[in-house]
Design a binder for this molecule. Structure first.
Ligand code: NAD
Length: 287
């Protein structure tokens, strides 16, 4: 194996430790950081995500408010709760765990969150801010990828590099492309209709795969020495977690690569915690 393994677990720990110090400094000024987490229903994966977010808050020293609502909660009830949290001056961030039950309108729910408390970075105001280069909350997974590149491959100068992002979803691919553009990369967004994907990918110095299909990116997609970030979270037939990239063969030729698990995954929560800090600094320090 020749590639450097980018250790997302260690980098996310580093970010959480930095936030812990910053949180203590806020507390000395009498300022608390508070995240409200709303979970509707009892999806087991969502329950795990919510538990991990609460644990991260506890570790850093944030307050977390938890609202666990039954599956049959009405939209009106949920919107009422969001409205109440929007108006509470102690609450800095509001997170509604997705996916919501089918009878709920996710877009309407996202739009109901005060953009200054939208720590997931999903509100159209925050998406628009990213588009035009204004300050706002950035979707946590793509923000985490930027940190992995900067901290995990310190000698990589993103500026001017060819970056191919595979996937164009609103939560990963699209914001990822804007962030890489902000870092002055030359960005290509590939997707399910892209022709000659291996050829397109092979010109990349940096590949970011966010497809959601196990092993779609093989050594035939990767230029030797390229940096490969695997956002995908899939399960193999025997239930093991794996990414979109065929790790064993790609790590033979890549310059650096993220593993799954232990790559992008842990970064998402770290960046959520970072957004919570930013929200509190904005609300309570006027930054
Ligand atoms: P999505 O299904 O919304 O989007 C997938 C994208 O892949 C689409 O834009 C589609 O055009 C493209 N695509 C599908 N098949 C393709 C193919 N054969 N070739 C090229 N492109 C193809 O998914 P998403 O929400 O963006 O998530 C993508 C993956 O990232 C999933 O595995 C998801 O679980 C994972 N994810 C991980 C984290 C994390 O914290 N690590 C966070 C969010 C998503």
């Amino acid at each position: 194996m020749s590639a450097t393994i980018i250790d997302g677990k260690a980098i996310s720990q580093q970010i959480k430790d930095e936030l812990k110090v910053k949180c203590e400094a806020l507390k000395e000024k009498g300022i608390e950081v508070t995240l409200a987490v709303i979970l509707v229903g009892s999806d087991p994966a969502s329950q795990v995500y919510v538990r991990n977010k609460k644990r991260a808050c506890e570790y850093i020293g944030y307050n977390s408010l938890s609202y666990e609502l039954p599956e049959d909660t009405t939209m009106d009830k949920l919107l009422e709760l969001i409205e109440e949290l929007n108006s509470r001056s102690d609450v800095d961030g509001i997170l509604v765990q997705m996916p919501l039950p089918p009878h709920m309108d996710e877009k309407k729910v996202i739009n109901a969150i005060d953009p200054s408390k939208d720590v997931d970075g999903f509100h159209p105001m925050n998406v628009g801010a990213l588009m035009v280069g204004d300050k706002g909350f950035v979707s946590c997974t793509p923000a985490g990828v930027i940190q992995l590149l900067k901290r995990g491959v310190p000698d990589l100068d993103i500026s001017g590099k060819e970056c191919v992002i595979i996937g164009r979803s609103n939560i990963v691919g699209k914001p990822m492309s804007l962030l890489m553009l902000r870092e002055n990369a030359t960005v290509t967004v590939a997707h399910s209709r892209t022709k000659n994907l291996p050829e397109v990918c092979k010109r990349a110095d940096i590949i970011i795969a966010a497809v959601g299909k196990a092993g779609v990116i093989t050594k035939d997609h990767v230029k030797p020495g390229a940096v490969v970030i695997d956002v995908g979270i899939n399960r193999t037939d025997d239930g093991k977690l794996c990414g979109d990239v065929k790790f064993d063969e790609v790590s033979e030729i890549a310059g650096a690569i993220t593993p799954v698990p232990g790559g992008v995954g842990p970064m998402t929560i770290a960046m959520l915690m970072n957004n919570c800090y930013e929200a509190a600094a904005m609300h309570k320090l006027g930054e």
